[in-house]
Design a protein around this ligand. Structure first.
Ligand SMILES: Nc1ncnc2c1ncn2[C@@H]1O[C@H](COP(=O)(O)OP(=O)(O)OP(=O)(O)O)[C@@H](O)[C@H]1O
Ligand code: SF4
Ligand SMILES: [Mg+2]
Length: 315
C-alpha cells in the first residue's frame, strides 16, 4: 500500500575491520510509492548505505536495525540474500557499462536476468523485455533489444539498465548517482523516468550529491554527513524549512537546475572527519557555525512527524 514503510534503517552502523567506522547512525525510511533522495558529499556513506541494504557492504561489524517489508535483513544468510537481490531489491550505478557485458545483445542479457528469477519461456521473457523497454521510454524497443550496449547512446543505455533492474519487479530500486555521467538534457529525462518509476513501478532510493536533483525528483530526502543521517523528511518540508545547520549550508549553495550540474556538493568550509578524527559528539561540530558545549554529546534523531533531525538546537 502506498505510504507504508518498505525499508526501515534505524541507527545502522558499519565498523570496517581496517578503515574504522564508516556508517555511524543511518536512520531512514523508504515508503511504498516514494523516491527517497540520499544526499551527501563524497565519502559520506551513500553508496555503502545502498550496498548494505543488499548485503554487499565491505567486511566489518554491521549493527542497528534494517527491515524490509517487516523482514529483518540483519539476520539474512547467503541463501536469503540470493533470493532477495535482484528479485525484491535491485541496484543500478552511474555507468551502465558495468551492468552489461559488452559482447552480448541488450535483450539477451535482460532475458537471462528474467529467466534467472522467473520460470518463463524465452519467448515470454522476450515479450517482457520489449514491454519493459517501452515502459522505460526506449524508442523502437524491438530493435534496441537486438543492439549491443555500445550501440546505444548513454541515455538509452541508462534506460536499458533500469529496465534490466526492474525486470523481476523489485519492490525497491536503489539508484546510485544514475545521472552523474550524462549531459544536462539527458539527466533531466532520466530523472523524470525515475520519478515515474517511484509512482508506478517500485519505491526508489536515489543516491545523489546534488540537492537540485533531490528538489526535482524526490518525494523525501535523507541528508547524510560522515556516515550519519543528520536530517530526513518530506522534500517539501526539508527544503523549505531545513533544520540542521549542514542541510542549511547545502541548500544555500544549490545551483540553478538549468545550469551546469556540479560534480560534487558545493564546498562548505572545512572537511568531514576521518575515522581517526571523528568527534565523540555531533559529527558536524568541527564545521558547525552554531556549535555549543551541548554538542559534545551525540544528538539523537528528534522532531515532529516525518521531519527528523539530529541536532541539539531542535527540541
Ligand atoms: N570497501 C571499502 N573498504 C574500506 N573503506 C571503504 C570501502 N568502501 C567505502 N569505503 C569508505 O567509506 C566511506 C564512505 O564511502 P561511500 O562509497 O559510501 O561514499 P559515497 O557517499 O558514496 O561517496 P561518493 O559520492 O564519492 O560516491 C568513504 O570514506 C570510503 O573511503
Ligand atoms: S548538534 Fe551542535 S554542532 Fe551539531 S549541528 Fe547541531 S548545533 Fe551544530
Ligand atoms: Mg558513492
Amino acid at each position: 500500500m502506498a505510504g507504508e514503510a518498505l525499508l526501515e534503517l534505524e541507527d545502522l552502523r558499519l565498523d570496517h575491520e581496517k578503515a574504522g567506522v564508516l556508517l555511524d547512525g543511518v536512520s531512514l525510511t523508504v515508503r511504498r510509492g516514494q523516491v527517497l533522495g540520499v544526499v551527501g558529499e563524497s565519502g559520506s556513506g551513500k553508496s555503502l548505505t545502498g550496498l548494505s541494504v543488499l548485503g554487499l557492504q565491505p567486511k566489518g561489524r554491521l549493527s542497528g536495525t534494517m527491515t524490509f517489508a517487516g523482514e529483518d535483513l540483519t539476520r539474512f544468510g547467503s541463501r536469503d540474500w540470493r533470493r532477495f537481490r535482484g528479485r525484491r531489491a535491485a541496484m543500478i550505478f552511474q555507468d551502465p557499462m558495468t551492468a552489461f557485458l559488452p559482447v552480448r545483445r541488450i535483450g539477451a542479457q535482460i532475458i537471462e536476468q528474467i529467466r534467472l528469477h522467473k520460470s518463463v519461456s524465452r519467448q515470454e521473457a522476450r515479450k517482457q523485455v520489449v514491454s519493459l523497454l517501452t515502459r522505460m521510454g526506449v524508442p523502437a524497443p524491438e530493435q534496441a533489444a537486438d543492439r549491443f550496449p555500445h550501440e546505444l547512446s548513454g541515455g538509452l543505455r541508462q534506460r536499458a539498465m533500469i529496465a534490466m533492474a526492474l525486470s523481476c519487479d523489485p519492490e525497491l530500486l536503489i539508484a546510485d548517482e544514475p545521472t552523474t555521467a550524462l549531459d544536462v538534457t539527458v539527466q533531466a529525462q532520466i530523472l523524470t523516468l525515475i520519478r515515474e518509476i517511484g509512482a508506478r513501478e517500485a519505491s526508489v532510493m536515489l543516491i545523489t550529491h546534488d540537492m537540485g536533483v533531490v528538489a526535482q525528483s524526490c518525494t523525501d530526502v535523507a541528508v547524510l554527513y560522515a556516515g550519519v543521517v543528520v536530517e530526513t523528511g518530506p522534500v517539501t518540508e526539508v527544503l523549505q524549512t531545513p533544520l540542521h545547520p549542514y542541510t542549511q549550508a547545502l541548500l544555500r549553495a544549490i545551483p540553478p537546475m538549468d545550469g551546469p550540474r556540479p560534480e560534487r556538493l558545493p564546498v562548505i568550509e572545512g572537511v568531514p572527519p576521518s575515522p581517526e578524527t571523528r568527534p565523540a559528539g555531533c559529527v558536524f561540530a568541527p564545521r558547525c557555525p552554531q556549535v555549543t558545549s551541548k554538542c559534545a554529546v551525540r544528538p539523537s534523531m528528534r522532531g515532529e512527524g516525518l521531519h527528523r533531525v539530529a541536532c541539539v538546537l531542535i527540541a
